[in-house]
Design a protein around this ligand. Structure first.
Ligand code: ZN
Length: 271
């Protein structure tokens, strides 16, 4: 089945598939966050295409999301990250999150997401059922990768931010960086994410041994960084149905995969 627009009957079929499923794996990319009003990173209007002006100097968002930015221009890099964190806190997850939760909360479910905003957690999804494959902006780590700990990023106001205000490593006292996968990042300490991944792998193995009615729903995951799409395809393979929801790259390869050319919120609210 291949659907390019809202089709009442087909949406109803999806609702039935969800209702009858024993276990559901959700794979969510940037499209899920964008529908809450948050900026996309990629695409024509993405943050990466825009310059950022701080204290009269122009910076590229892309350069600020690198390990070296936290060494060379830590104040500017943190100012950007803290403003992003603040925006995530001030923004509410859109209604689609809550609709999804109401449909799957009594089933076995797991969320795999590349979003670093913790909006699934904020919407009420279980903390132990979320795998943030690119980390979370709410955590920070040392610039020294020999340290294997991560800490909660403290609440710091970006207004009149000074070098002395920047978050420092509780072990060595040097300036930290966010515990998220940055560009060309060889220095991310994915210790938190790895623990989540271990839980996800265990869940995935157990439900596949226990149940037959299993589905994967992939929402708003782009093709540029394929982590989320690959995880969804690998989970479903050619055994379980994969429902792909994407306004652009909606094509699927397998005959038991269903695709909807729709936005995340639009799809979820139509269920
Ligand atoms: Zn340190």
């Amino acid at each position: 089945m291949h659907v390019n627009s809202i089709d009442k009957c087909t949406i109803e079929e999806v609702v039935n598939i969800i209702r009858e499923a024993d276990a559901i794996a959700i794979f969510a990319g940037a499209g899920m966050s964008v529908d809450s009003g948050l900026n996309a990173f990629r695409g024509d209007n993405g943050l990466w295409t825009k310059a950022l002006s701080i204290e009269g100097k122009s910076y590229n968002h892309l350069d600020l999301m690198s390990h070296h930015a936290f060494i060379e221009t830590p104040k500017v890099a943190w100012e950007f990250i803290l403003s992003l964190k603040e925006k995530y806190e001030l923004t509410n997850p859109h209604e689609g999150y809550y609709k999804l939760l109401s449909l799957i909360k009594d089933k076995e479910y797991f969320i795999v997401t590349s979003n670093i905003d913790e909006h699934f957690l904020k919407a009420g999804f279980g903390e132990n059922s979320i795998f943030e494959c690119h980390g979370s902006v709410n955590y920070m780590q040392c610039l020294d990768i020999l340290e294997r700990e991560v800490w909660l990023t403290p609440e710091i106001k970006t207004e009149k931010l000074q070098l002395a205000d920047l978050p420092t490593c509780p072990n060595c006292g040097s300036i930290c960086r966010p515990n998220v996968l940055l560009f060309g990042d060889w220095f991310w300490i994915p210790i938190r994410s790895t623990h989540q991944q271990i839980r996800y792998n265990k869940w995935s193995k157990e439900i596949k041994e226990k149940h037959k009615r299993i589905i994967a729903i992939e929402i708003g995951a782009g093709k540029t960084i394929r982590t989320v799409r690959n995880a969804a395809e690998s989970f479903a393979s050619n055994i379980f149905p994969l429902i792909r929801v994407n306004p652009f790259d909606f094509e699927t390869k397998m005959s038991n995969h269903i695709s909807f050319q729709m936005n995340a919120k639009e799809f979820l609210m139509s269920l």
